[in-house]
Write a protein that binds this ligand. Structure first.
Ligand code: DGY
Length: 330
């Protein structure tokens, strides 16, 4: 009797090479849309008999979903962040969770730096000004922004992406401060970053860039208290997860001038609600969660997620586990 091939459900139309890699050795079904998330009821139905799930960050992998998927052995998230997944429940059930670190580090750091520059130099505002026909003449103080070179950058979270941002900052002759769960002497030596406590970082930085994962401990990491510690000339950049910032407090800070501006790629609720006050503020640059969005990086992320699933289900090998204890048990 032929042995049944493992089955996989992919929750979004991902780049073809990743689907091809999976279909070589597994039975694959895909939610066919690229720009529309799979409806929850469809997802719950589809995971019923699958061995592997390749998902993106819009899918909540919670107990309800796990209950509906009694055969599930691996959840491969096509993202480095995995706050959409209840990892504890997966581990209890012996389900491996994987993410996509490394392959997106540089693209995300590039975007963080682009956002920092765009916010400091008011690029979206300047573009709108030109396109709306408001540009009458060169004028001495027209659309003046903030210096980036030589300024102090405070990096919160000195993991892979934080380090890559720090390297870019050095090219702009910036002074780099950092605050992280763990102190990293190697980074201090190689990049010349100085470790400081949270309060010093907030008080001394001209730019604060967030690079920490969303966990119960980091939710609301930047709230009213923190925003009030920042310089009135400071800029906050968030390319991590929206909920590490208390958005309501941030709006107040931007409206009342506790800080100068913010550049945001991520939000508490995504897509950003149409009635969000952030949309109306002149001193904020908004992007639709595109930190890792280059063709190469998104393809590499999809391929890494696919390799994690294929290799785990076919040979037991795994590349980037979030909860390796699941395999170490055996
Ligand atoms: C991630 O990987 O966590 C990003 O937010 C999406 O690229």
């Amino acid at each position: 009797m032929p042995v049944a091939r493992p089955t996989v459900y992919i929750t979004r139309k991902i780049p073809d090479p990743a689907i091809a890699l999976l279909t070589e050795s597994l039975d694959v079904s895909v939610w066919p849309e690229e720009d529309e998330a799979v409806p929850r009821d469809v997802l719950i139905r589809e995971v019923k008999g699958v061995d592997g799930l390749l998902c993106v960050l819009t899918e909540k992998v919670d107990r309800e979903l796990l209950d509906a998927a009694p055969r599930l052995k691996i959840v491969a998230n096509m993202a480095v962040g995995y706050d959409n997944i209840d990892v504890g429940s997966c581990t209890k059930r012996g389900i491996l969770v994987t993410n996509t670190p490394d392959v997106l580090t540089d693209a995300t750091a590039d975007l963080a730096f682009a956002l920092l520059l765009a916010t400091a130099r008011r690029l979206p505002e300047a573009r709108d000004f030109l396109l709306k026909g408001q540009w009458k003449t060169w004028s001495p103080m027209l659309l003046t922004g903030k210096e980036v070179h030589g300024a102090t950058l405070g990096i919160v979270g000195m993991g892979r992406i934080g380090q890559a941002v720090a390297k870019r900052a050095r090219g702009f002759d910036m002074k780099v401060l950092y605050y992280s769960k763990r102190r990293n002497p190697q980074v201090e030596e190689e990049i010349g970053a100085r470790y400081v406590d949270k309060e010093t970082l907030l008080r001394e930085s001209d730019y604060v860039s967030l690079h920490l994962p969303l966990t119960p401990e980091t939710r609301g990491f930047i709230g009213e208290r923190e925003l009030r510690m920042m310089k009135p000339t400071a800029v906050l950049i968030n390319t991590a997860r929206g909920a590490v910032v208390d958005e309501r407090a941030l709006c107040k800070a931007l409206m009342e001038g506790w800080i100068w501006a913010a550049g945001l790629d991520v939000f508490e609720v995504e897509p950003l609600p149409v009635d969000s006050p952030l949309r109306t503020l002149p001193n904020v640059v908004l992007l639709p969660h595109i930190g890792s969005a280059t063709v190469k990086t998104r393809t590499d992320m999809a391929l890494l997620a696919a390799r994690n699933i294929r290799d785990y289900l076919v040979t037991g090998r795994v590349h980037t586990p979030v909860n390796p204890e699941v395999i170490q048990r055996y």
